[in-house]
Design a protein around this ligand. Structure first.
Ligand code: M6R
Length: 614
């Protein structure tokens, strides 16, 4: 949540920062702001409630000359979205400006102490305390800005990625991180900083991912310097970025979400590239191969994740139990971290996260490590925090996901979990080789099957018109498609603001069936699998109560076709792969309903893509 960006160099500081803010807007869009310093020692701060375009309107005609600048797009935690609470915040004397992503947990104590010393605060944010504290220390100790930052951060509890600008130092930016992401870009005569590399990918491919407890000193004409809070030098580890700009643009689609839905055939190809060999007979996941004994002897798998990643983990539960004979539990990372989890050697904790930065999942990973479990990450964002904290892992390789509603990450996660489960099943001998080869071959065909599902686009768009004004939806599924139902309901909720509940289809009769009437549509995921006959009964139960039914069925199904009001046919695939093909029509249905309602699907209200606060 919240995106920060900074620039120091000979280019157009304002333009670089604004473009960077647009790229980071997926992290929050409650307000945006910018601070610029010029060689005359002037510090200009402009900020505005709402999206980055409001800030741009406000800046038009203003003095935007600058050699360095920092900027912020906010997802509000402390204090309502307003101009006043927007970042950058500045010290009372106007000497420093600061942007922050994270949460300062002890801000109240620090604020009270500063107020006693005469400091005046102008916002309701936790962030303002940081900038006031740094300046208070700098003035009181007559020290440099870096020393003041070091001292202030020693007093701070919580998570932060910060960047600080000093009025009289137009050639320097100080940045620091703890538990919130921060990456520095090193170009020719220019340096960048940002919450992820997207704001500077077109200027440089040299990136340095800051580690917890590190402070970066960006100074014009000098190499990047990294130190810790006690002034020890850290190594500057330069990584070559592989991201391309086209991945960060809409490519002709009206929304990132639609682009990402349609990218899925290709992203799924990327997820399996080099991992499914010999026509599907062999599955290679390096992280499993390198930790063979751990996987073969695992006594339990514990998944930790949030949101859509949690739904993918639920699919993983069915997979690992069915084909690897390993007991599995799936935990919400936010609950796991405060639940005294009983873990130890023999337990594998698999952390799923698209961003690799979700605060609760990251905390769960740290706890699992402390408790002696083997921790494996399944993430998308390369170089993000979770992959760096885990013992091993596998990337899903679906490219940057920008739409706040996760789509291609879900199918990529399910795909990679299937690959992991198959390679473990092979090592353990829990699935006959012919069966592994059958599923392996089907895996290679999945991108084409998803291409076929995407041909339903126009039909789903028409269908969406019928259901746009429903107030509630029920999504039902069984077995590994119960999580598909949860995911379909989440997609609808988060972008159309329609209440939707995902439920195991058979559990419905223990309560939610009371909700069913002609105004409450049910979306039922009912492919031909080993529970097909059971779900047909559930469809009948809904129909008997007058509920209208949209069913996702296997091509050629006639039984449910006669019961449901509308059917969307998906190609036949092995049961364990059905969540991948079945989730795509649900993504499209949610998308078109939200569009019909005039909602901003890429930036739904109150949400942010990367949840880096608790
Ligand atoms: O980056 P992560 O996968 O850890 O994110 C987890 C959730 O915040 C995320 O899936 C969220 O639920 C999405 N908005 C769902 O579309």
């Amino acid at each position: 949540m919240c995106g920060i960006v900074g620039y120091l160099g000979d280019g157009n500081t304002y333009e670089v920062l604004i473009k960077g803010l647009h790229r980071l807007e997926y992290r929050g869009y409650d307000s945006a702001g910018i601070a610029l310093v010029d060689t005359k020692g002037k510090l200009h701060v402009y900020k505005s409630k709402g999206k980055v375009e409001n800030l741009e309107n406000m800046c038009s005609g203003k003095d935007l000359e600058a050699t360095a600048g920092i900027a912020h797009t906010r997802w509000a935690t402390h204090g309502e979205p307003s101009d006043n609470n927007a970042h950058p915040h500045y010290s009372e004397d106007g000497n420093l400006a600061l942007v922050h992503n994270g949460t300062i947990e002890n801000y109240k104590v620090l604020k009270d102490a500063l107020v006693k010393h005469g400091c005046k605060f102008h916002s309701e944010t936790d962030t303002e305390v940081l900038v006031q504290l740094i300046e208070y220390i700098r003035l009181g100790n007559n020290c440099s800005l870096v020393e003041a930052v070091q001292e202030a951060l020693k007093q701070v509890e919580g998570a932060y990625a910060i960047a600080v600008l000093e009025k009289d130092k137009p050639d320097t930016i100080i940045a620091a991180r703890k538990s919130s992401p921060l990456v520095i870009g090193i170009g020719e005569n220019e340096m960048f900083l940002a919450s992820d590399a997207s704001p500077f990918v077109e200027y440089t491919s040299n990136a340095v991912y800051l580690k917890d407890g590190e402070i970066a000193i960006l100074k014009k004409g000098e190499p990047l310097k990294i130190i810790d809070l006690d002034n020890n030098n850290s190594k500057v580890d330069v990584t070559k970025l592989k991201m391309s700009i086209s991945e960060l643009e809409k490519g002709g689609y009206p929304h990132f979400m639609l682009k990402e839905i349609f990218e899925q055939p290709n992203t799924l190809r990327e997820s399996i590239r080099g991992r499914v060999v010999d026509g599907g007979k062999r599955i290679i996941i390096n992280g499993v191969r390198d930790n063979k004994e751990t996987f073969v002897n695992a006594r339990r798998i514990v998944f930790v994740a949030c949101g859509t990643s949690w739904h993918a983990a639920m699919v993983g539960k069915y997979l690992f139990q069915d084909i690897c004979d390993i007991p599995v539990v799936v935990e919400y990372a936010s609950e796991f971290r405060y639940s005294n989890p009983v873990l130890g050697p023999g337990d594998i904790v698999i952390a799923l996260s698209q961003s690799g930065e979700t605060a609760d999942t990251l905390a769960a990973v740290k706890i699992a490590r402390e408790k002696g479990a083997f921790v494996f990450g399944v993430c998308n964002a390369v170089g993000s925090s979770i992959p760096r904290e885990t013992h091993s892992g596998a990337y899903i390789h679906v490219g940057p996901e920008i739409g706040v509603a996760s789509t291609k990450a879900f199918t990529g996660q399910v795909m990679v979990l299937t690959l992991i489960a198959l390679s473990v099943a092979h090592l353990k001998g829990t699935l006959p080789e012919e069966e592994i080869a059958r599923i392996g071959k089907a895996l290679l065909d999945i991108p084409e099957k998803v291409e076929k599902v995407l041909k339903l686009n126009d039909k789903i768009e028409r269908l969406s018109a019928i259901y746009t004004y429903a107030h509630n939806f029920l999504y039902l599924g069984r077995g590994c498609n119960f999580p598909t139902a949860l995911e379909g309901a989440l997609k609808l909720k988060e972008i159309s603001y329609i209440h939707a509940e995902g439920y195991p289809a058979a559990e419905m009769k223990h309560g939610p069936i009371a909700l069913i009437d002609e105004e409450m549509p049910s979306v039922i995921i009912a492919p031909k699998d080993h529970l097909y006959d059971k779900i047909v009964s559930n469809v009948q139960q809904v129909k008997a109560r007058g509920g209208s039914i949209v069913a996702i069925v296997t091509e050629g199904d006639t039984v449910i076709k006669n019961l449901a009001n509308h059917v969307l046919e998906i190609p036949e695939v092995p049961e364990c792969l059905s969540p991948i093909v079945a989730s795509v029509p649900l993504q499209l249905l949610a998308y078109y309903i939200a569009i019909n309602k005039g909602k901003d699907v890429d930036m739904p209200r109150n949400l942010a893509k990367s949840v880096t606060v608790e």
